[in-house]
Design a protein around this ligand. Structure first.
Ligand SMILES: Cc1ncc(COP(=O)(O)O)c(C=O)c1O
Length: 409
């Protein structure tokens, strides 16, 4: 990977913030965009903007084709069997809610059990919590072990014939743990449970193969993988999508409406009511093409090196505690930490004064914060455009933060 060349593809990376070159280490929140994505979006508005699936004129045909080409790009990227199984949503959150309000709402009853992991982002926890409350179902939570990996023994013993749904973060947005989804899917399937994989953090950083994984649902967000905000994807096996009621209704999701009846559209459009975010889809296609040109295996290997370097060098900060697996082979490029005597928000503020952007707070994973006995953590998260030098700058700034605040026990 020619990082200097790659960095030139991202105009924002040459920004000066607080009189320093920007060091952007908040990639788990959202990623920066290459010129190819920015230009794909402006190209739409400059050349062929029209509403999709409606007009009979050339611009409408071109916009529709570009929108559907993006669906094919997503299919290829996640190795789905058919574009029928690729539903565009606003983000991963909407994709997960779609499952909660359609399939799960129709199939989960009082006394049924839903298993999620302690590592879930609120997006893959709150919809199930609300569903369980509505239905009188029971939520069970797979704990993590001390080493930041899931307790698979506990998972095995929680599964039963009452388990109807299992929700798993493919990669934790706090610990960075890469969870053994393939094994969990196959265990869940032996009990007949459906499996929802939250791929918001994994899809940007590693090769995804939904068919190999055999998950029933998989959610991702475009903005976390170089694409624009406001576009996400729900992959679902067509056998599920066929049996599901639409999520939203109105234009676009119907084949025919009469005074007596409504006939739903074919897959996947049955789940895409209203004018879709075709701008977002077109940007996402450019993002996918960019990632494919780099190669997801290359992205993953480079980020693993960065993570190894970060784990090693961050440990040299006095009184730092790093959460999640210490083995870089077990995690993605996300490192959550606390420094004794320094509040994570103060860490964030000091780093900001050095031009370094990280995240501080509960990371929309409050059950995990409770489990770790803290209310907040700081988090640095990397992407393939980051460098070891940037990590060294982070470590230097963390040492400075410790010096400034760390005398307070
Ligand atoms: C693991 C995980 N799941 C889901 C989400 C939700 O993504 P979005 O806000 O794009 O819907 C996030 C966002 O941080 C996440 O990290």
């Amino acid at each position: 990977m020619d990082i200097e060349k790659i960095r030139k593809d991202f105009p924002i990376l040459s920004r000066i913030v607080r009189d320093r070159p920007l060091v952007y280490l908040d990639n788990a929140a959202t990623t920066q965009k290459p010129s190819a994505v920015i230009e794909a979006i402006s190209g739409l508005y400059r050349n062929y903007n029209a509403n999709v699936h409606r007009g009979v004129y050339l611009l409408a045909e071109e916009a529709t084709q570009a929108y559907e080409d993006s669906r094919e790009a997503v299919r290829r990227f996640i190795n789905a069997g058919s574009t029928e199984e690729v539903v565009f949503t606003r983000n991963a959150t909407e994709a997960l809610n779609l499952v909660a309000y359609t399939w799960a709402d129709a199939n989960i009853r009082a006394g049924d059990e839903i298993i999620v992991t302690i590592m879930e982002h609120h997006s893959n926890y709150v919809p199930w919590f609300r569903l369980a409350r509505r239905k009188g179902a029971v939520i069970k939570i797979v704990p993590s072990r001390k080493d930041g990996e899931l307790d698979m023994d506990a998972f095995g013993s929680m599964l039963s014939d009452r388990t109807k749904l299992v929700g798993i973060a493919h990669m934790s947005n706090v610990f960075g743990t890469i969870n053994p989804v393939r094994e969990m899917v196959s265990l869940a399937h032996t009990r007949g449970a459906a499996v929802v994989v939250d791929g918001a953090q994994s899809a940007p950083h590693m090769k995804i193969d939904v068919r190999g994984m055999d998950c029933d649902f998989f959610a991702l967000s475009g903005h976390k993988m170089l694409g624009p905000a406001g576009i996400g994807v729900l992959y679902a096996k067509s056998s599920y999508l066929k049996s599901m009621e639409p999520f939203m209704s109105g234009g676009e999701m119907i084949l025919r409406v009469t005074l007596e009846d409504v006939v739903y559209n074919d897959l996947p459009w049955k789940f895409e009511a209203g004018t879709p975010n075709y701008e977002g889809a077109i940007g996402l296609k450019a993002a996918i093409e960019y990632l494919e040109a780099l190669g997801m295996d290359t992205v993953e290997a480079y980020e693993r090196e960065l993570t190894e370097h970060a784990l090693r060098s961050m440990k040299t900060v006095p009184d730092i505690f790093l959460y999640g697996p210490s083995d870089p082979a077990k995690k993605g490029g996300i490192i959550a930490f606390n420094i004794k005597g320094v509040h994570s928000h103060d860490i964030g503020t000091i780093l900001d004064s050095e031009g370094i952007a990280i995240r501080a707070g509960h990371h929309c994973a409050q059950p995990l914060m409770i489990d770790c006995g803290v209310s907040a953590m700081a988090r640095a998260s990397f992407y393939f455009y980051n460098t070891e030098q940037e990590i060294d700058m982070l470590v230097k700034a963390l040492k400075k933060a410790k010096e400034m605040f760390g005398h307070v026990a």
